[in-house]
Design a protein around this ligand. Sequence first.
Ligand code: FMN
Length: 220
Amino acid sequence: MSVTGGVPAVAPTVPDQTLDLRPLLLAEFEPVLEPLADAGPGVRQVLVASASKYESTREIAQAIAAELTGRGLEVTETDVDEDSNLVMDSFDAFVLGSAVYAGQWLQPARWFVQRHEPVLAAKPVWLFSSGPLGPPATWEEPVDVAGIAEATKAREHRVFAGRLELERLTAADRAVAAALRAPEGDFRDWTAIRSWAGHIADALTGGGPQTMVQTDIVPN
Ligand SMILES: Cc1cc2nc3c(=O)[nH]c(=O)nc-3n(C[C@H](O)[C@H](O)[C@H](O)COP(=O)(O)O)c2cc1C
């Protein structure tokens, strides 16, 4: 197991303005209802790979990896750029995520999907995006992952709220955030993140309901 980095043990303080953050369920593509077709005996190897510009998405990936590890799965957690030594065929399932900028996954995450499309399309894949800030919602359509979902034949795509700390941003990113009046703060919902990882573990271990609901969270 190679989960790296620190995941906050306690959810960070959330500004008052986020207390109304509620999940809005949006169907984006057909949920997969059947049990994991290729499930068999033995510990399942899972790759959790993410792209992050200011680390907040990486920390979500690490939280997911920690949850999966706690459920008895063998997890490798990595940045999408650090895949050169990975034997992709050795993994039974993949959790891929990216921070969202200008409505898209970061380029390294899109390249990762391109590089590994054949193996990803052949194995169970779960996708997550991290971005929306607020309320109020800063982006009407937080992210478009339709092409990635199609290429990977993903079972599910989940959108998690993100974090914006102006002091961490480049001048260019700070200017965009200011122009959009994006609210500063840490909006990540660790309970929702761990719960989603638990659903993935259920699907991979047969430890819970095999049906999964297609959900995207966006702030309202
Ligand atoms: C310049 C800029 C553009 C952004 N564009 C989007 C966007 O289109 N959709 C969205 O949901 N979030 C957007 N965000 C919010 C980020 O996705 C959010 O802050 C995320 O948590 C950053 O993750 P990271 O720390 O892993 O880079 C944007 C943030 C910045 C600074």
